[in-house]
Design a protein around this ligand. Structure first.
Ligand SMILES: Cc1ncc(COP(=O)(O)O)c(C=O)c1O
Length: 303
């Protein structure tokens, strides 16, 4: 069975979905994208797409920023995605990459006088950070401010900064980077939001710190409050707080909830996965595979 893409308004085998070399978005990063996970539940023989609607709401916000008008509503995009995954027939964890982009085959860096289009594909994808506990380093690269490339949107061109940070971390022997913002305060990982545990509460940078307001971040804030009675404080975080927090972890669609064991060669707590992180992980991993009846509204079944 072929792996499917949605391309130029049709479902086609992924291998047949190709774009021309001159397509504007390849050169200038004029695309908005999403990353969505579909999580396989073996007992129910089902894939659940996690918070599908919220991902497409964010995509359409990114389109507004990029002056892209798609002929699809959030509901249309959700329906197409379910159909594409169902056609592909996967029985494992998958990742969906929708992209809205400037599709005109023309040179010239701009947003105006360009056609736009939308594609999406699905692929099997397991772990993103290949470790149970991350060793991380603070990056020399900064999270762009809100007059650079709209930190609230997933704009393809802006991800060069995440690529710099990720590879710097890798080359320095770390699993992931923590990126500071223009004010020198903690923003996020290269592709994840960050939480610290301080005085038994969760602390995470607010939207004004130039973070991407992650859907996993939002889910964790809600789960912590409803299930564990733990409040999240959104506030500026200084670099030193990374070193002295009792626990810390990343959140993201790709990374899930990823414990941080070490920052800049200093152990976080005792360097083991902390109790609050563990409880959140247990809840979250049940919720995303449709095993927690209270959160089924976050899970869209494919089959
Ligand atoms: C820079 C950045 N921050 C945070 C996140 C986490 O966002 P989400 O939980 O919506 O995947 C991502 C991933 O999309 C990201 O690319």
């Amino acid at each position: 069975m072929p792996q499917y893409a949605f391309f130029r308004k049709h479902f086609v085998p992924l291998s047949e979905a190709k774009i021309g070399l001159m397509t504007n978005f390849i050169h200038y990063g004029t695309g908005a994208f999403e990353g969505i996970r579909g999580n396989w539940n073996e007992d129910k023989k089902q894939i659940y797409l996690f918070r599908l609607k919220e991902h497409f709401e964010r995509l359409l916000n990114g389109c507004k920023v990029l002056k892209i008008e798609l002929p699809y509503s959030v509901d249309d995009l959700c329906r197409q995605t379910v159909e594409m995954v169902a056609r592909s027939g996967f029985k494992e964890n998958v990742y969906i990459r929708p992209v809205a982009y400037k599709s005109t085959e023309a040179m010239g860096v701009r947003l105006h006088n360009l056609e736009a289009d939308y594609f999406s594909f699905v692929m099997p994808w397991g772990r993103y950070l290949d470790t149970d506990k991350c060793r991380v380093g603070v990056s020399s690269w900064r999270r762009p401010g809100s007059n650079f490339a709209s930190p609230q949107s997933k704009i393809t061109g802006a991800y060069i900064n995440s690529a710099f940070a990720k590879t710097e971390a890798h080359d320095n022997g770390f699993d992931e980077a923590i990126v500071l913002n223009e004010y020198g305060r903690v923003a996020e990982g290269s592709g994840e939001n960050i939480f610290l545990v301080i005085d038994g509460k969760l602390v995470t940078p607010g939207i004004y710190e130039n973070i991407l307001t992650g859907i996993t971040r939002n889910s964790v804030i809600e789960i912590a409050k409803k299930e564990l009675g733990i409040e999240t404080i959104e506030r500026p975080i200084e670099r030193t707080e990374l070193y002295v927090a009792k626990e810390s972890f990343f959140t993201g669609t790709a990374a899930h909830i990823a414990p941080i064991a070490e920052v800049d060669h200093r152990l976080v707590g005792d360097g083991e996965i902390g109790p609050i992180t563990r409880e959140l992980q247990a809840l979250y991993f049940d919720i995303i595979v449709g095993k927690n009846s209270k959160y089924m509204n976050w899970c869209t079944p494919v089959y």
